[in-house]
Design a protein around this ligand. Structure first.
Ligand code: ZN
Length: 446
């Protein structure tokens, strides 16, 4: 649904152009022309007749949030199994359910549902890794979110590649069929060094490089993984990918919970980014990513929710708060990670890790128009001394009033306007009823 005006003008309100600045021009304006920001916080004159004007009094205008790691379609498995260690959770619950139910419809519905949840919570860009990812790209574009869509690769049978010897063919098909959209770009995702061998990593990296895109992997998430890789290869997971020659700016390390100081130095030298998923790491009792040490060494650290089956929601405001609190707790240092650093991780550094910081992650004339409007007129956000503190320590996803992605209004007054949510929710409930019946779960879902 295109906007009917030539331009959108946001008037009044506090403007947080990036985490390091908070500008307020009394009666100022931010102008969106097409899919770009053309003015940020300039003096308001009478708006042209063809403009849509959004009044942001008592609101904060800021860059859209970046969720740098999720498995969006897994919202259809949310709440199916909790309170287990990662290996038991994956092998006994998630992998068997996926083998039975994950197909194109599952991925389209689950990703659509998650994209709506993310949009309502102020996420304008997400990085996804799963199966049948052409369908995830369709879902993201339909809801209207920007997304890096990474096709999953495993050395064991997976829902869209039952014969792992043929994963190469699946990847060719993925790139060939990837739908055209200004919002989505394809990428690859090797699950982890324990489920992808050295040759798989090498070939995947070459294919990603040939297509000018990113390769993601879960790296050093649990102690168990570190021990397994040490016994198989005589090194840590990070040393392993480094020795394979694939650790560079276009390689994204998800988790990095268990790292020695030497590995932190390797990471910083490589220029590779890290995605910190504090709530998933806490829920699976994996440990804490050493964010303070990584940031100190100059590594870009983004924030991710991880999948909705291991979190179990997709709220980056919660993740920001958890990231700050977790860093303080594990270091016994209240200065370990301050609110401003955390907000950078969820905006400009998130964009950096995904290679998108030239176009998103801050509000600047000439950048793409991905922004959110937060309603500050709430008891838990009153009064405002420092908006950055509020965003990290007080705000919730439900405080987001409006969301604009690529110049298109996706959320208006707290409601999604790009798709029919009630129709989507009823399709999701029908699909979930099939999963529940199959597993013998009594449910009220219809
Ligand atoms: Zn993950």
């Amino acid at each position: 649904m295109p906007n009917h005006s030539d331009q959108i003008i946001l008037v009044n309100g506090l403007i947080l152009a990036d985490p390091d600045s908070c500008l307020v021009v009394p009666h100022g304006k931010t102008v969106i022309k097409g899919n770009m920001l053309s003015e940020v916080n300039s003096q308001l004159e009478a708006p042209p007749f063809s403009s849509e004007v959004i009044d942001c009094s008592n609101c904060l205008i800021m860059p859209g949030l970046v969720n740098a790691h999720t498995h969006a379609a897994m919202s259809l498995l949310r709440g199916l199994a909790d309170d287990l260690p990662l290996d038991k959770w994956l092998n006994d619950c998630i992998f068997p359910s996926e083998a039975k139910h994950v197909g194109p419809e599952f991925v389209f519905l689950g990703t659509s549902l998650s994209a709506v949840e993310m949009a309502l919570g102020g996420i304008t860009t997400f990085a996804d890794g799963y199966f049948f990812m052409e369908k995830a790209a369709d879902a993201a574009a339909e809801v209207g979110l920007r997304a890096v869509i990474a096709q999953g690769i495993l050395d064991v049978p997976s829902p869209d590649c039952p014969d792992p010897a043929k994963w190469n063919k699946r990847i060719e098909e993925f790139f060939a069929r990837f739908p055209e959209s200004p919002l989505t770009r394809p990428a690859l995702f090797c699950h982890s060094p324990y489920l992808c061998g050295p040759e798989t990593f090498r070939i995947a990296k070459k294919l990603a490089a040939d297509h000018g895109t990113l390769l993601f992997a879960h790296i050093s998430e649990t102690r168990c993984e570190v021990e397994e890789i040490a016994s198989r290869f005589g090194k840590t997971p990070l040393e392993h990918v480094h020795d394979l020659g694939i650790l560079d700016r276009n390689f994204v390390n998800v988790h990095c919970v268990h790292l020695s100081d030497h590995e932190k130095d390797i990471l910083a030298d490589s220029g590779a980014g890290v995605v910190h998923c504090p709530e998933s790491n806490m829920k699976l009792a994996s440990g804490a990513c050493p964010t303070r040490d990584l940031l100190k060494r100059g590594t870009s650290v983004a924030i991710g929710t991880d999948g909705p089956a291991s979190n179990n929601n997709l709220d980056i405001f919660e993740e920001m708060r958890s990231a700050a609190l977790m860093a303080k707790l594990v270091t016994s240092d209240p200065e370990a990670l301050d609110a401003r650093s955390v907000l950078r991780m969820a905006t400009i550094q998130g964009a950096q890790v995904l290679g998108l910081d030239h176009s998103i992650g801050s509000l600047k004339a000439g950048k793409l128009a991905d922004l959110i409007v937060i309603d500050l007129d709430r008891p838990h956000l009153t009064p405002v001394f420092d908006p950055v503190s509020h965003l990290v320590y007080c705000a919730r996803g439900s405080d987001v009033r409006d969301v604009i992605v690529n110049g298109r209004i996706v959320v208006r007054d707290g409601s999604i306007i790009t798709i029919d949510y009630s129709e989507l929710a009823s399709q999701v409930r029908s699909f979930a009823a099939k999963i529940a019946a199959d597993l013998g779960i009594r449910t009220e879902l219809k």
